[in-house]
Unconditional design. Structure first.
Length: 126
């Protein structure tokens, strides 16, 4: 992801190595998506200049829109911004990356019947 004013925005596709030393916005380390993306970058020996870390994807996207850095974000999280042309999505030469999805629940209270049923439905229908 980059803003329309970023130099990468003119590219039809990029290599992960094109992100080397770019100003980079990312999630805080406690977010699973951050760990997955860090793994992709590490496997390709790409070192980015982490400019800022966020715990909220909306704030992260707004920072990218300002044109002062780039990021790797889940495709489903940026559809609105790409449609409105406030962000550019540039495919990676290395292909599409995936990570498993998790279910987060509160430990300090029991799950409702509806929540248990949803979790059962999701895990039975993978």
């Amino acid at each position: 992801m980059c803003s329309p004013v970023d130099s990468l925005s003119q590219s039809n596709n990029i290599n992960l190595k094109d992100l080397s030393n770019k100003n980079y916005f990312t999630f805080i380390k406690e977010i699973p998506t951050r760990n997955a993306i860090d793994g992709f970058l590490k496997r390709e020996n790409v070192i980015v200049n982490i400019k800022q870390e966020f715990d909220n994807i909306e704030t992260l996207k707004r920072s990218i829109e300002l044109g002062t850095g780039v990021s790797i974000l889940p495709k489903n999280a940026i559809l609105h911004e790409v449609k409105n042309k406030s962000l550019n999505s540039i495919p990676l030469d290395e292909g599409v990356y995936f990570r498993t999805t998790g279910i987060i629940t509160r430990k300090d209270r029991p799950l409702s019947k509806a929540t248990r049923e949803i979790i059962r439905w999701i895990t039975d229908n993978r």
